[in-house]
Design a protein around this ligand. Structure first.
Ligand SMILES: NC(=O)c1ccc[n+]([C@@H]2O[C@H](COP(=O)([O-])OP(=O)(O)OC[C@H]3O[C@@H](n4cnc5c(N)ncnc54)[C@H](O)[C@@H]3O)[C@@H](O)[C@H]2O)c1
Ligand SMILES: [Zn+2]
Ligand SMILES: [Zn+2]
Length: 414
């Protein structure tokens, strides 16, 4: 089969690899029809490289048609259309019982002290072959895959694998009080969806912040108030503008939907670049222990949120020992919640919003559809935020570009 394979920093290639097979009675094999490219993949493309191994298959946002199931998989059958959650969870352990599927005790990666295994996500998360491929082996398929109806386009359901439950959880964790104000930092696919979900759930005032024009435009077009932080000279200016909207207090809650790829911290950027020059063993230590996170967005969230407010961190952070402004957090009595989305915790709540009226605008959410063959270009385009790319969806099995034809992703009509 064809799959998107990691070879090194900023080096992903589409290659032929062996087809996956059923290994356990709880496995399924899914023929992937659509599979997303995520901001989390950008971490692997760049700063998380020390945890990757050349040959790893990327991707964790797949959906498709069930091709085969093991003997113990009964809720889905060959021919069913399914969305596959990005976390791999058993559904019956203590953590799954608490709705904390991203901490599943059956699939936790003890060797690295990490939570539930994830598709296509470094050795820290089990080095499970990912979903940017024609075929995917789904472990614990007796629980994970979500059956969806045939008929509507893939994009109606695809974002149930990650973007939707992630945004949903971020908004739930933000716990915005009635008549309150929510600021969403970052308007990539996750932040954009956080704004849509917050509106849908009745949050009175939602303000999105980013510095990329078309991302701001997308949110504005859906009635979200936006602030272009590139028009502010300093973070303090950003905070002052937001405070001026909120009686001088600051918002009740801030969602950090940026994570460690934040723009705006030159010193941390230098440290990151250092990791790209070091041998992997050393760079790995630097990432885990020395702490080279870019905390720009998180610091902004901490300074901006009102006293006693809530910060919901959905962006992924990697290092361990970055200095945190603990004094400010404590003094301001800030409440912080965070973590990988517990996909199956929220999927039943979200399913009613995937009907024909499409209230969240899912069918026009992706900006680019491309074949798997265009993956190298698509990663680069998404990282550099070129060509208006906000959400890229690969469509394995759709027509491949002819030999010699450019693999540059082009938006499909609609
Ligand atoms: N918790 C989870 O389960 C989960 C799931 C999916 C993605 N994520 C994480 O969410 C984050 C966002 O993902 P995405 O797909 O939207 O990625 P993305 O990289 O496309 O979006 C990040 C956005 O933040 C903006 N930005 C950068 N610095 C900023 C700053 N200082 N202030 C405000 N905005 C800033 C960028 O311009 C960009 O639009 C990533 O860290 C990703 O790993 C977490
Ligand atoms: Zn993702
Ligand atoms: Zn479990």
């Amino acid at each position: 089969m064809r799959a998107v394979v990691w070879h090194g920093r900023r080096d992903v290639r589409t290659e032929t690899v062996p087809d996956p097979v059923i290994q356990e009675s709880t496995d399924a094999i899914v023929r992937v029809t659509s599979t997303g490219l995520c901001g989390s993949d950008l971490h692997l493309y760049e700063v998380m490289a020390p945890f990757m191994t050349p040959g790893d298959i990327l991707g964790h946002e797949p959906m498709g048609i069930v091709e085969a199931v093991g003997a113990d998989v009964t809720h889905i059958a060959p021919g069913d259309r399914v969305v596959v959650p990005f976390n791999i969870a058993c559904g019956h352990c203590y953590m799954c019982g608490q709705g904390l599927q991203s901490q599943c005790e059956t699939t936790q990666v003890h060797e690295h002290g990490c939570g539930a295994a994830l598709f296509g996500y470094t050795k820290l998360y089990g080095q499970v072959p990912g979903g940017q491929a024609e075929l995917l082996r789904v472990p614990h398929a007796d629980y994970g895959p979500i059956k969806v109806p045939h008929g509507p386009p893939d994009d109606r359901f695809l974002f149930l694998s990650d973007v939707l439950p992630t945004a949903w959880q971020a908004v739930q964790y933000a716990a915005v009080p009635k008549s309150g104000t929510l600021v969403v930092l970052g308007l990539g696919p996750i932040g954009d969806m956080c704004c849509r979900v917050a509106q849908q759930l009745g949050v009175e005032r939602v303000i999105g912040i980013d510095l990329v024009e078309e991302r701001l435009d997308r949110a504005r077009a859906r009635g979200i108030e936006v602030l272009d932080m590139s028009e502010c000279d300093t973070d303090l200016d950003v905070i002052n503008v937001i405070r001026s909207f909120t009686d001088g207090r600051g918002p009740d809650a801030v969602i950090d939907a940026v994570g460690m790829e934040a723009h705006g911290s030159p010193a941390a950027k230098a440290a990151h670049q250092m990791t790209t020059l070091l041998p992997d063993k050393v760079a790995e230590k630097l990432m885990v222990r020395a702490g080279v996170d870019r905390l720009a967005a998180l610091h902004l969230a901490i300074d901006m949120v009102r006293r006693g407010g809530t910060i919901s961190i959905v962006g992924v952070y990697g290092g361990m020992t970055d200095p945190m402004p603990m004094m400010t957090l404590f003094d301001k009595q800030v409440q912080i919640r965070m973590g990988q989305a517990n996909v199956r915790r929220w999927s039943d709540d979200i399913l009613p919003l995937l009907g024909d009226d499409d209230p969240l605008g899912l069918e026009s959410f992706a900006t680019h559809h491309t074949s798997l063959e265009g993956a190298g270009d698509a990663y680069s385009m998404f990282q550099k935020k070129l060509d208006g790319a906000v959400k890229v969806v690969f469509t394995p099995g759709a027509e491949q570009p002819a030999a010699g034809e450019s693999a540059t992703p082009t938006p499909l009509p609609g």
